[in-house]
Design a protein around this ligand. Structure first.
Ligand SMILES: Nc1nc2c(c(=O)[nH]1)N[C@H]1C(S)=C(S)[C@@H](COP(=O)(O)OP(=O)(O)OC[C@H]3O[C@@H](n4cnc5c(=O)[nH]c(N)nc54)[C@H](O)[C@@H]3O)O[C@H]1N2
Ligand SMILES: Nc1nc2c(c(=O)[nH]1)N[C@H]1C(S)=C(S)[C@@H](COP(=O)(O)OP(=O)(O)OC[C@H]3O[C@@H](n4cnc5c(=O)[nH]c(N)nc54)[C@H](O)[C@@H]3O)O[C@H]1N2
Ligand SMILES: [Mo]
Length: 769
């Protein structure tokens, strides 16, 4: 039954009033001291996001034109310190610990072991990983890949930290090997943004640049938690407000960073303990309620237009933009007008009065930006929601002009670039044509697997091999235990990684872990010349990145060197001279520019301070859609969201799985979530006080969270602590990746195939054994 006791090191307390500030500095200090990096760490940080330094592996927020040496943030520091740690996974350690024993370790403890130092091969007889030479590893992998019945039996995963050059070389290898199976972390992330924006504006990327925030009158910040996940964005939001412009937040949770922010880089603020607001309005829609919310706001705008017309006032809509640049306006208006307020209020959880207030900000603003992240993309109807956001923005021409536009804030630091250079299970025909021309060969055109397909193929036994360029597939995916078990049955698993994680502890029959250089480390070619890589941020800016630290071990290779080694052993060098490309990254960039002309004089452009902007047609009001116009949405609201479906069912809730302040995806830096007042514990459920009472429990009680998806599998997270929180009734929240157990792999977004990690139906039960 309920158990109110809490161990001493765990505690829940009221979060303080502002994000950043001394807490952030203290945390930075702890990270640097804790990893023994106090001296080199400081030097490393001064090179972060600088024209001649390395790109922060923390997030994909843009870098300012005139960067100061302080363009880093608390969580960027953690990401860097984590990579630059002095801890090492040694051969002795691996001799002492079997894979089975390491499987029982937590994500946190595993990554605390530090950096991998040598290529490893799994010994199934002893259940231990053992060091192996690079040439033996390349040969072993090539043999296993070439032994497959068809190349389509292999899944080639990418995590978004890979550079443009590594990703381009990887897709070259995989396509020449013979498959388009490219499950990618973005399939679990911003895929819905890519799909929706391609349909709406002809390119699956955002249209704004960082400078646009200096012009905007209003920023809607929707379904994202920048205080933790894009901390540098808080400084931008603050500046928007300091200029007198508005920031309107739509977030299910009250997130501290979206209230106030004390900038640790502002000396006076730190001394007087001041802080500045990061939002001017804050609304808390229900999980999955944003499509209804934006539809409601569009209704208000259309009503305002009707009124203006009736009264002979100037129009509210941008008729020139709508007539000259868009398609489907009338049909969409019919749908919007026909949607009734009751439906909108029930789904969004916001009153008509609140929605009207939020829409009036729009009516009073000339230049508007909408930003969003996982709170929007990880639902069943995410594609329709994003199209609704785009339609709302078209009404007043809020796209393709200064200070206005759409801004999906990407996750991994190069997840956008990886897609640009060809990590795509259904690459555009123009890309494939250019690639074939470049190589002088025919490549497979049959669409390959995304993450959902790859999981399906592993579960039904048709996949035989898994190859990962970074990431932690086994922990990041839905139904993580089920998928991990299936991975253990594969013939081959290969992971290119910096640190050991649970994904590596599900070895197939033949298994290798290949240690690579991180972003912070110096990469030299065979002639001792330093090499750089490039990345693309959320604002389509491409810039160079070159590490400054001595590599964690002299055995490490760059990701590019590893891919080239595997490719050469598997395919030979007839079509591609892998060694030449690995030895001179300029040559890879030249090839990228020949295949993707938008990169222009890539090698010249990227050597300019701050890099260059990849041309984005939609930002210039050129629409690469079948209609040659920007397309209004066509979708009705769903009959009911998960929240509505849960009503009337006993103790049933909609769960969102999200990040704490002390983690980077599956990497758990520490056990605290300072901004939400949670310390020393991750197995928690955030719930409204009234709901806690309604289910007959008290705050701090221990409960079981049980999945409702009905396929015969029992999905449960047991022994989780209830935390009373400011969250709409019927909605609850808990941490990823612990709660991935509860996310069914079968529920994926329509058209995006993204797991619905932010709308999982669950029941709360008293804790049983
Ligand atoms: N330090 C750090 N930085 C990171 C990461 C990290 O783990 N740690 N991860 C990186 C990656 S890969 C990504 S994709 C991004 C993720 O960045 P975020 O999208 O900020 O990540 P989440 O923690 O999933 O937070 C989701 C936010 O959306 C809100 N939300 C959830 N559902 C809804 C909804 O239906 N409607 C509305 N309006 N709000 C909702 C939640 O309350 C929460 O504030 O961050 C990147 N940066
Ligand atoms: N329930 C739930 N599930 C989710 C999400 C959610 O919100 N809820 N979010 C989803 C999202 S947005 C994403 S992006 C995915 C993330 O999924 P992934 O990208 O697969 O996971 P990460 O945790 O970012 O990967 C961390 C690992 O990457 C390796 N690594 C770190 N740096 C490097 C490097 O420079 N090179 C190489 N080769 N390896 C490196 C390290 O070994 C580390 O253990 O998870 C998704 N899963
Ligand atoms: Mo992500």
């Amino acid at each position: 039954m309920w158990s109110p006791k809490m161990p001493k090191d765990e505690h829940i307390k009221k979060p303080s009033s502002a994000a950043g500030g001394w807490g952030a500095l203290k945390s930075v200090g702890k990270q640097l001291m804790g990893t023994g990096q106090a001296v080199t760490g400081a030097k490393t940080l001064l090179k972060l996001n600088q024209a001649d330094g390395f790109d922060c592996p923390g997030c994909a927020w843009g870098d300012p034109e005139h960067g100061s040496s302080f363009e880093f943030c608390e969580n960027g520091v953690k990401a860097v310190a984590w990579e630059a740690t002095r801890a090492r996974v040694t051969a002795d350690f691996l001799r002492e610990h079997s894979v089975a024993s390491l499987q029982t370790w937590s994500d946190h403890d595993l990554e605390h072991l530090g950096r991998l130092t040598a290529p490893l091969r799994y010994n199934a007889q002893t259940d231990h990983y053992e060091e192996v030479s690079w040439s033996a590893a390349f040969e072993g992998i090539a043999q296993a890949l070439n032994a497959l019945e068809t190349p389509n039996q292999a899944e080639f995963y990418t995590s978004g930290r890979a550079s443009n050059e590594a990703a381009f070389l990887y897709q070259l290898f995989v396509r020449l090997f013979g498959t388009n199976n490219f499950p990618d972390c973005s399939n679990m992330c911003h895929e819905a943004s890519g799909v929706a924006l391609t349909e709406a504006i002809g390119i699956g990327k955002g249209t704004v640049q960082l400078e646009d925030f200096e012009q905007a009158d209003l920023v809607y910040c929707v379904g994202q938690n920048p205080g933790t996940n894009h901390p540098r964005m808080l400084a931008t939001l603050r500046e928007v407000i300091e200029r007198g412009a508005k920031v309107c937040v739509f977030n299910t949770l009250k997130e501290k960073g979206l209230h106030r922010f004390a900038d640790p880089q502002n000396k006076i603020e730190m001394i007087v303990g001041g802080s500045q607001p990061t939002s001017t309005e804050y609304f808390q829609p229900r999980l999955g309620g944003d499509m209804a919310l934006f539809r409601g706001m569009s209704k208000v705008v259309l009503e305002a237009e009707d009124k203006a017309r009736a009264e002979g006032q100037p129009p509210v809509l941008d008729h020139d933009f709508i007539a000259g640049h868009t398609s489907g306006f009338e049909d969409w208006c019919d749908i919007v007008r026909a949607t009734d307020w009751q439906h909108i209020e029930a789904q969004s959880g916001l009153s008509r009065a609140d929605i009207t207030r939020a829409a009036e900000l729009y009516l009073n603003a000339d230049k508007v930006i909408v930003t969003w992240a996982m709170g929007i993309t990880q639902h069943l109807h995410s594609v329709d929601t994003i199209r609704e956001i785009a339609s709302f923005m078209f009404l007043r021409g809020n796209i393709g002009r200064e200070g206005a536009g759409l801004c999906p804030v990407r996750g991994h630091s190069n997840v956008q670039g990886d897609r640009t250079v060809g990590i795509n299970e259904k690459a555009p025909a123009a890309f494939m044509d250019a690639l074939e021309k470049e190589l002088g060969v025919t490549l497979p055109r049959e669409p390959g697997h995304n993450v959902a397909d790859a999981i399906g193929a592993m579960l039904n036994g048709s996949a035989k091999a898994f190859f990962a360029l970074g990431g932690n597939f086994a922990r990041a995916v839905p139904d993580s235990t089920l998928v991990a078990e299936a991975m253990g049955k594969l013939d081959l698993t290969v992971n290119i990684a910096t640190k050991l994680n649970h994904g590596h502890l599900m070895p197939g029959k033949v298994s290798y872990v290949l240690p690579c250089l991180g972003r912070t480390e110096i990469d030299k070619n065979s002639k001792g010349e330093r090499q750089m890589i490039t990345v693309e941020d959320s604002m389509s800016m491409v810039h160079g990145s070159a590490g400054i630290n001595t590599p964690a071990s002299d055995q490490l290779k760059s990701e590019i060197g590893i891919i080239a080694g595997v490719a050469k052993a598997t395919l030979g060098s007839e079509v591609v001279d892998w060694d030449a490309l690995a030895d001179d990254h300029d040559k890879i960039r030249d090839m990228i520019a020949r295949v993707l002309p938008m990169f222009g004089e890539f090698n010249t452009q990227v050597r300019k301070p701050r890099g260059f902007w990849l041309r984005n047609p939609a930002a210039l009001r050129e629409w690469n859609t079948p209609t040659n116009k920007a397309n209004f949405g066509v979708a009705q609201l769903r009959d009911q969201t998960e929240w509505q479906a849960a009503q009337g069912q006993e103790a049933t809730f909609v769960l969102q799985t999200l990040r704490s302040h002390d983690q980077y995806n599956t990497t758990v830096y520490a056990m605290d979530d300072r901004y939400r007042g949670v310390y020393g514990i991750r197995n928690v459920v955030f719930m409204h006080a009234d709901d806690i009472k309604r289910i007959g429990a008290k705050a701090d009680d221990i409960v079981d969270v049980v999945g409702c998806y009905n396929d015969g599998r029992v999905r449960a997270c047991r022994g989780f602590r209830l935390v009373s929180y400011d969250i709409p009734r019927g909605c609850i929240a808990g941490y990823y990746p612990e709660m991935n157990e509860l996310v069914p792999h079968q529920t994926v977004g329509t058209q995006s195939f993204t797991p619905t990690s932010k709308s999982v139906m669950v029941r709360i039960e008293p804790h049983g054994e």
